[in-house]
Ligand binder design. Structure first.
Ligand code: SF4
Length: 384
């Protein structure tokens, strides 16, 4: 959005989203804290936070190419994976004190193997999450989270007590509430914050300690409301895109007067729509939340109906006019997701634009042209 007045909290978030090591990371480490790189949404940050660690969302921010990573990966590997690894090889993740990788997909799991081939690897634990998600695999999932918790405790010589887990859940639920409030600022005709800005805020949230993120969200929401600067978009879009969610892509999607009013960001409303139970055993509450409560990712076989019902509910709730799906080239998970969504949305008569792009975006002009054509032909839902 073109803003006449700067929003300090938003500017800080945008600055953090565009870099890796930042002032908050440095301050946390200067105070003796340890920073652990990991990938959302399946590694429960609350387990790391209960151990006094700061989780940091691994990404390819800053990569201009994948030339360093290309020595380790096949060209058929998606460039989200290669960009992240490129920055690792370039030494941009030197500030990390550890890392946890999980088997999101076959591309990402290779990060774990290749990292171990580098000098002084930081990845101390690999989290294996079952591919199929149902009652039969849930006990295995809980065992894997328990193994993660034990490994974190052993690696850092800390005890992860029930009290510490409970405190981490309470702090995490504060984030959930604030993210819900932030998203609600896009529900009405006049929106306070666009999709690219929200994505930067979410990225910044994985680059600072949780309490600081909660303070930033509180300040941001208050500033947005006080400034009362809004825009009525030409059309309202829903974006479903997994790792195809870089600032460059979102800016291209919002360049034609339409704004993204709702998305499927893994650390956005998808994660925060509901809370983690603060009752009973906190470890069981974390397992239940991540497996049974939050909207599952495309990697989780057997969850398509749950996921698509959630998409359709949000599409209505945020009164979007159409849906854009985007995937990173070579991403097979999202190729299936796009195909299945295409059939569903046709049935529901919901306008759809399907895109494929590199994570290191080299086709902004082409994407702008396709979005322009889509938006020009997109009826307002209220006008149907
Ligand atoms: S973009 Fe697709 S293939 Fe690449 S890491 Fe993400 S889910 Fe895996």
């Amino acid at each position: 959005m073109n803003r006449s007045k700067p929003i300090a909290a938003l500017e800080k978030a945008r600055r953090y989203a565009k870099t890796l090591e930042n002032d908050s990371v440095r301050a946390f480490k200067d105070a003796g804290g340890k920073v652990v790189g990991t990938f959302d949404p399946e590694v429960p940050f609350e387990i790391l936070e209960a151990a006094g660690l700061m989780p940091f969302g691994l990404r390819g921010t800053g990569a201009q190419s994948t030339e360093y990573a290309d020595k380790y990966f096949k060209q058929l590997t998606c460039d989200f994976t290669r960009s992240m690894f490129n920055e690792l090889v370039r030494g941009e993740y030197e500030f990390l004190d550890g890392a946890v990788v999980y088997n999101c997909c076959d591309h990402m799991r290779r990060i774990d193997d290749n990292w171990k081939a580098l000098p002084n690897p930081k990845n101390f634990h690999f989290l294996y999450i079952p591919k199929r998600w149902d009652a039969a695999t849930y006990p295995r999932y809980c065992e894997e989270l328990k193994a993660l918790m034990d490994s974190v405790a052993k690696t850092y010589g800390v005890e992860i007590t029930k009290e510490k887990l409970h405190d981490a859940i309470v702090e995490s639920n504060k984030t959930h509430k604030l993210v819900r409030e932030l998203y609600a600022l896009r529900k009405d005709d006049a929106v306070y914050i666009d999709g690219a800005e929200i994505m930067d805020v979410l990225t910044a949230g994985e680059s600072m300690p949780r309490a600081e993120y909660n303070a930033l969200l509180t300040e941001l929401i208050a500033e947005l409301k006080a400034n009362n600067e809004t825009v009525v978009p030409r059309r309202r879009l829903m974006l479903l895109s997994g790792h195809a969610s870089t600032p460059e892509l979102l800016e291209a999607l919002e360049s034609q007067g339409a704004l993204i009013v709702i998305d499927d960001a893994s650390n956005g409303l998808r994660m925060c729509e509901k809370d983690i139970s603060e009752e009973g055993d906190p470890f069981e509450a974390i397992c239940d939340f991540y497996f049974n409560v939050k909207t599952p990712m495309p990697r989780a076989f057997g969850t398509q109906d749950r996921r698509f019902d959630a998409y359709l509910k949000l599409f209505d709730e945020y009164r979007a006019d159409g849906i854009i799906t985007a995937r990173v080239t070579m991403c097979d998970l999202w190729a299936f997701e796009q195909y299945m969504l295409m059939n569903l949305l046709r049935e529901k008569d919901i306008p759809l634009l399907q895109l494929e792009t590199n994570y290191l975006m080299d086709s902004a002009g082409q994407i702008r042209t396709r979005v322009q054509a889509f938006v020009e032909n997109l009826p307002r839902r209220s006008a149907k």
